[in-house]
Design a protein around this ligand. Sequence first.
Ligand code: ACO
Length: 345
Amino acid sequence: MDRTIRRVTGNADARDWYGVDAAAAATDHVGLPGDPLEELLPLLAGSSSDGRVELWLARAGGTPVAVTLLRLPVHDNRTVAALSLRVHPDHRRRGHGRAMLAHAADRARQHGRSRMVAEVSAPLSGGADAPGPAFAGAVGARPVLSEVRRILDVAALDSRELVRIRDRAAEAAAAYRLLQWVDRAPVDLRDDLAMLTGRVTTDSPMQELDWEPEVWTAERYVAKEDETLARGRRRIVTAAQDGRTGRLVGYTDIGVNASRPEVAYQWDTVVLREHRGHRLGTALKAANLLLLRQHVPAAALVNTWNADDNTHMIAINEALGFRPVDRWLEEQLELPAGPVAAPAG
Ligand code: ACO
């Protein structure tokens, strides 16, 4: 078969890449469309605030059939490549997935990576034969982290009830203040936010996923904010400040595509271990949902992912009305050692 795999660097190929990604997302996920095209375009330059980014498109007989987005972190986790791989629903079971994976593995090895990680989804129960887990098993990957995605029907929430939840929780956290903003954090909070973002990777359950603690500085945090805005995303944030020291002890943020505000994504939530037990998690999340409704009234759904063993976070989410939709597995694939050609492009 006449299959080609090419790096996506121009807008025309990006549109085809988007077409495959969107068709796969619509088939595979409820309430979770792929990223809008305009969010992809800034990635074509090949980098993000976290590292190098490559988009690849496979065509068969000229028709776009499979896509990958390969992320190569530079600040930490420099032996890992994070992969998103999707095959158009009309072109599955013809070897395109396997061919694209082999290509991505070569690229990852050329960049000095010794393993890849990728997410697959499945129904809540009995999902072993869903395409993602079946494919992952067939190519020798191993599931290392199990999460459930939950959706909140934010449009149906009663704001007065959210205010009650926030205020009741805040009573138990009287030593703390909630701070809120949209898009860019106040300059004097950047160092604390960098520290807290790093803690997300040490304090969240990782199960068997080999992921080093991430290294965050104020500069990296600002670069992430810049990138979020450049990609047309809004960031809705609530943070908790210790009234005794003035330091931030936790935060939560929700991301929204500006061009598709109906679907929102819960990004990070963290409360430092030494400040847990004061209902800060509940106060942060309820307050941030209120901020979302205020600034993005079109938001209808919020998606969130929690590891099965993250029992406190799950209890908070369920109390707010989040309901399970599907299961997500992080799959880890070790790459063979050995000589490999230097990367081109
Ligand atoms: N049921 C059972 N086994 C499957 C299925 C399925 N639906 N799909 C793939 N496989 C297994 C089979 O062993 C298959 O070999 P065979 O057809 O000779 O029996 C093998 O995987 C290779 O299949 P391909 O034809 O190369 O895969 P395809 O082009 O259909 O793409 C993919 C598979 C990528 C999982 C596609 O269904 C998809 O885009 N799913 C949504 C996104 C996703 O889950 N991506 C995988 C990320 S995991 C990773 O990259 C390591």
